[in-house]
Design a protein around this ligand. Structure first.
Ligand code: HEC
Ligand code: HEC
Ligand code: HEC
Length: 423
């Protein structure tokens, strides 16, 4: 784009990086410009956290927003790109409209973007927030990291093909507030459906790989784990209270368990950065409640808090005592800074045992929040527990620590392990 054209586009939109903006608005008689701009940039920074941009565009060993995170797709490996303000490797030369087209429509100057970039959710971001994000991204520290070549083979490397996908699978959703709900609840809806892109993992996908809009947040397997059903019905059945859920979202830890793997990344880069108002909003929306409930919400009755005769007779009892109690406690009470409590744990409480099997099989890598307490890594038991032992152990975990009274079968465990091997 020629500079003159760029300036005219930008003037029309009354927004760009510093100098041009100053020129466009020099007749503005309101608050000093720099203050407006500083405010907009600060808002953009916060919104970038709400959108988890760095979760995908920053890798641990790399520069901020330098890209390079790998995504396994059925067609090969895709890498996120450099979205810092660097003019050579990043997006520093993007006009506002180019930025909008990339983030909201999945169309970058180089062609259509793969939907690993969640533009299908970001399409709901409103104009004010897009302006703030643009203001922020045009002044991030330039990252000099070049983009990585994608490992996606013919014919899927043809970005034209994505145009077809967009035609059939991208319905360009916009955000519509629900009329009879409070502004707080609608704020939660906006964040969950838009910037937060929770449905990109938590909503099942159809054969076209598009999220199923009539089954929002009902759960889906992504990256060897089930992003659980987080509809209000299911969260309530699993005995999530308003306070527990708000604490989980705000810190990644709660009496109902910890966030791990992909959800840990969402927590670390995004949800832990949000202010209390937005956490309350998201919690209100997820639980479909207007306010934090005042009534003491009842916790489920545990079968027992100390090992009873009944417990010790279950075949899983010995396995638990041998392999798990050292970290999670003899009564599942957890050990501070070592491992979370398993009493009332939502992963175990879930009637879908996918994640319990996945965690037992693969373990959990050490995960730490810079400002928060850290836990140990959890070992995997792929080679030390056979399917029968895993089934016995899960039956024990259910009956001992949750209200699930079902017996887990060897076949259930074997079926999930097969998915873990091929997923
Ligand atoms: C779930 C992972 C994910 C998240 C979250 C994410 N992105 Fe992306 N983004 C990607 C991937 C992967 C690509 C590269 C896609 C491709 O090459 O087809 C990309 C590409 C882009 C591009 C195009 C850059 C170019 O090279 O032309 C822009 C701009 C962008 N992202 C901005 C953002 C912003 C702003 C946010 C936060 C609001 C964000 N992304 C959040 C995964 C993500
Ligand atoms: C070395 C200590 C250790 C041992 C032994 C251990 N775990 Fe864990 N476990 C952890 C830690 C740490 C986490 C949480 C990791 C995180 O989120 O950062 C965890 C998480 C879990 C979770 C997921 C729940 C949640 O909310 O995070 C389940 C389920 C679980 N463990 C079950 C077991 C069972 C069953 C055993 C025995 C076979 C076992 N663990 C053995 C340390 C351990
Ligand atoms: C990149 C994929 C991904 C995204 C995006 C994501 N989640 Fe998750 N989420 C997961 C996975 C996987 C788990 C299971 C592991 C765990 O419990 O931490 C999970 C677990 C959860 C749980 C715990 C549920 C339970 O019953 O154990 C809640 C609540 C949750 N997510 C809420 C959200 C919200 C709200 C958002 C959007 C702001 C979101 N998630 C975005 C993948 C994701």
């Amino acid at each position: 784009m020629k500079p003159s054209l760029k300036i005219s586009v930008v003037c029309g939109l009354l927004l760009s990086s510093g100098a041009v903006y100053a020129e466009a608005s020099s007749t503005d008689t309101q608050a000093p410009l720099s203050e407006n701009m500083a405010q907009l940039i600060a808002q953009g920074k916060y919104l970038a956290a709400a959108g988890d941009c760095s979760g995908c565009h920053t890798i641990e060993s790399g520069q901020a927003y330098g890209g390079g995170r790998a995504f396994d797709t059925p067609f090969g490996t895709l890498y996120s790109t450099n979205i810092s303000s660097d003019k050579q490797h990043g997006i520093g030369n993007y006009s506002y409209q180019q930025f909008v087209d990339a983030v909201r429509n999945g169309v970058a100057p180089k062609g259509n973007l793969y939907p690993a970039m969640p533009y299908t959710s970001y399409h709901r971001i409103n104009d004010h927030d897009m302006h703030a994000l643009y203001a922020y991204f045009m002044q991030t520290k330039p990252a000099t990291q070049p983009n990585r070549e994608n490992g996606i083979g013919f014919p899927f490397n043809i970005r034209m093909g994505l145009k077809v996908w967009n035609l059939v699978a991208f319905d360009k959703p916009t955000f519509t507030p629900t009329a009879d709900k409070t502004p707080l609840w609608n704020r939660g809806k906006y964040l969950v459906q838009g910037l937060g892109h929770c449905g990109e993992c938590h909503t099942p996908r159809n054969f076209m790989m598009a999220t199923e809009q009539d089954h929002p947040l009902e759960g889906a397997v992504v990256n060897y784990l089930n992003a659980p059903n987080i509809t209000s019905k299911n969260l309530t059945q699993e005995h999530w209270t308003f306070n527990n859920l708000a604490q989980f979202l705000k810190t990644g830890q709660s009496p109902k368990g910890t966030a791990f793997n992909d959800m840990f990344i969402v927590e670390k880069h995004s949800l832990t950065q949000l202010n209390d108002h937005d956490i309350t909003a998201i919690t209100s929306y997820l639980l479909n409640q207007a306010q934090p409930s005042q009534s003491a919400v009842s916790q489920p009755k545990l079968t027992s808090l100390v090992a009873s005769q009944f417990d010790t007779k279950l075949p899983g009892y010995r396995i638990y005592m041998d392999k798990c109690s050292g970290c999670h406690g003899q009564n599942g009470q957890g050990t501070p800074n070592v491992a979370p409590a398993l009493q009332n744990n939502a992963t175990i409480e879930n009637s879908n045992i996918f994640n319990t099997v996945a965690v037992l099989n693969n373990g959990i890598e050490r995960q730490s929040y810079s400002q928060e307490q850290t836990y140990y890594a959890m070992p995997g038991y792929k080679n030390s527990l056979n399917n029968q032992q895993m089934a016995d152990l899960i039956t024990y975990l259910h009956k001992r620590f949750t209200t699930q009274m079902t017996t887990t079968t060897v076949k259930q465990v074997a079926d999930i392990k097969k998915q873990l091997a091929t997923n």
